[in-house]
Structures are given as C-alpha cells and as structure tokens.
Ligand binder design. Structure first.
Ligand SMILES: C[S@@+](CC[C@H](N)C(=O)[O-])C[C@H]1O[C@@H](n2cnc3c(N)ncnc32)[C@H](O)[C@@H]1O
Length: 187
C-alpha cells in the first residue's frame, strides 16, 4: 500500500508530465535541450563579448542549461531566458536560484511578445514557423548590429554570416546572423 507521500509525489510527477505534453502541443516544440556538443559549437560560434552591445536573450530557454552557459560566457552582460512552458520554466528558475547567477533572469513569457529592441544577441533553438515569425519581428524591432545565433533552424532566406556544422550524426548546424545597418536588406 502506497503512503500519502508517495501518492502525492506520483500525482505531482503525472501533472508535470501532462503539463509538458500540453505545452509541447501548444507551442509546437518540446523542451528538448541543445546537446552538449551543439552547445559547445554554439558557444564557440557566438560573438565575442566585446562585440555584443545590449542584453542577451535566449528565446525558449527550456530547462535553462544553455542560458546558464550563456551567463557564464558573457559575465558582464545581462542574460534573459524566456520560456512559456511552466515546468521547464520552474526548473530553470530553480537552477538559477541554486547557482546564484547574478546576470541571468529566467522570465515566463511568450517569446513572440518579448521586446527585441534592447537585444545585442538572440539565441534560439526553436522550429521553422517560430523562426519565420521571429524574422518578421527582427526586421521591425531589432537594432542594427544585433546578432542571432540559432541551433538548427534558420531565418528563412536571410543571409547567414556563418554556418558551423556540429559534427553530430543528425547534421546539426549552428547558424549565425547579424542585422545590417539597413535592417530590411539584412537578408
Ligand atoms: C527545443 S527547446 C530548446 C531549449 C533550450 N533553448 C536549449 O537549446 O537547450 C525549445 C523551447 O522553446 C520553448 N518555446 C517554444 N515556443 C515558445 C514561445 N512562444 N514562448 C516561449 N517559449 C517557447 C519550448 O517550450 C521549449 O522549451
């Protein structure tokens, strides 16, 4: 016979799994983390801290692993991880609190509603339709010089300044963009 504690724990786990499932359907992307290999490639492909003017946004930060790595790579920048799915968001918040990372904020929000105008670097691992929406908003809102570094998914027909194959069996690549002075011709 299970104790009340065991029943409560099992119920909490089932609710968490159900929430992850529901939000995966709603957002069109599971909270699948960037692999350690892709993370290393992404951090190597990302611009030097001195070349990033503005805050760093990780759009759809999942469980927070990449956001923590970004905060360590850019200790003098404010890093904001944005996540809407409640369970990964809560875990990311706990990880940041446990690690006492002063330059990292984990925000529960829809990435399509986040202000992009102050970003110097935007990092993401999303899906094709989210990237199309993001491309449209970047044209309107992001300032010249803003970097975008994406795991796997590109910004449609925008011209990438670099593509770095990760070297894994899935053919993953890290795609790097930089908005030009005339943001409408940054493609
Ligand atoms: C493939 S995971 C990537 C997680 C993390 N960025 C990484 O690379 O390890 C994509 C994440 O984006 C989140 N996401 C998708 N659409 C979103 C939206 N509209 N607003 C906020 N988060 C979103 C998902 O919940 C998921 O956690």
């Amino acid at each position: 016979m299970a104790s009340i504690g065991e029943v409560a724990l099992l119920t909490a786990v089932l609710i968490a799994v159900a929430l992850v499932f529901v939000y995966t359907l709603r957002l069109g992307a599971p909270p699948w983390p960037t692999s350690p290999r892709a993370r290393a490639a992404l951090l190597a492909a990302a611009p030097e801290p001195g070349d990033v003017a503005g805050e760093i946004l990780e759009l759809g930060c999942g469980w927070g692993g990449l956001a923590l790595a970004l905060a360590a790579r850019y200790p003098s920048h404010r890093v904001v991880g944005v996540e809407l799915s409640p369970v990964p968001w809560a875990v990311a918040r706990l990880r940041v609190a446990a690690g006492r990372v002063p330059n990292l904020e984990i925000r529960r929000a829809d990435l399509h509603r986040v202000d992009l105008s102050r970003a110097g670097l935007i990092v993401c691992y999303l899906h094709a339709s989210a990237m199309s929406r993001l491309a449209a908003r970047l044209r309107r809102e992001a300032g010249p010089g803003t970097w975008v570094v994406s795991n796997t998914f590109g910004l449609g027909d925008w011209h990438a300044v670099a593509r770095h194959p990760v070297g894994d069996p899935f053919g993953t690549e890290i795609v790097v963009y930089r908005l030009t002075e005339d943001r409408y011709s940054g493609r």
